[in-house]
Design a protein around this ligand. Sequence first.
Ligand code: HH2
Length: 262
Amino acid sequence: MGIVNVTPDSFSDGGRSLDPAAARATALRLIEEGADIVDIGGESTRPGAAEVSAAEELRRVLPLLIALRDTGVPISVDTSKPEVMQAALGEGASIINDVCALQTPGAIDAVARADCGIVLMHMQGTPRTMQAAPHYDDVVREVADFLRARRDALLAAGVAAERIVLDPGFGFGKTLAHNLALLARLDALARLGQPVLAGLSRKSMLGQLTGRPVDERVHASVAAALLAVARGARIVRVHDVAATRDALRIWAALREQDEGER
Ligand code: HH2
């Protein structure tokens, strides 16, 4: 899943794709590099980011969604607002990616009757407050319990299980230790029975581990994506599609070799 943030303030690529032509060029490059899904975001979720109205989010997201329709690549829209979900689905979005796991009133209704995929992500707190003092007694169990409950709420609303993807929400109300525990035990989330999505690309945990600024975290991001897939992630949300695909190709070739020898 390649990321295009149509925002002035995203932590790694903010401001780069605000212009519609630049956004389209970025998305087409990601598709060319091998993205199977393009995820469009119109509101930054970084800690302390400014809130954006639904009208402004739609003004940012819809033109790019429409411009990418003829590529045939599934488009995901990263939003927590039911109005944006509904409008995006009306314009052909295939997936709704919600960092609030459809907890906003009206969000489940906005997606339930569409035929879209749904990404449910875990976050402790809100983007404004989430990094203040994240606390868990057992982060893996608590994240798994939350995602299971949200999945069950969707099933109860009539959403087919095949439509639901779960995401631990790396960096969303988590310390480095919490993020590492979740990455190490991604298999526990995969055992809930839904595909798992991992979003680690360029995140601050990689900066904490390498000492590198956000624009120098490509290698760390590729390593993290690879490890996430090796531990059960089925979708990786990344800024650097070509580098990630290359790494995954090598991993897949080795896995086939291992299986052939067994
Ligand atoms: N991370 C970000 C945004 N959306 N969605 C899912 N499902 N999983 C994630 O880990 C995730 C997400 C944050 O990264 P980015 O989009 O690069 O930055 P910003 O939120 O500042 O636009």
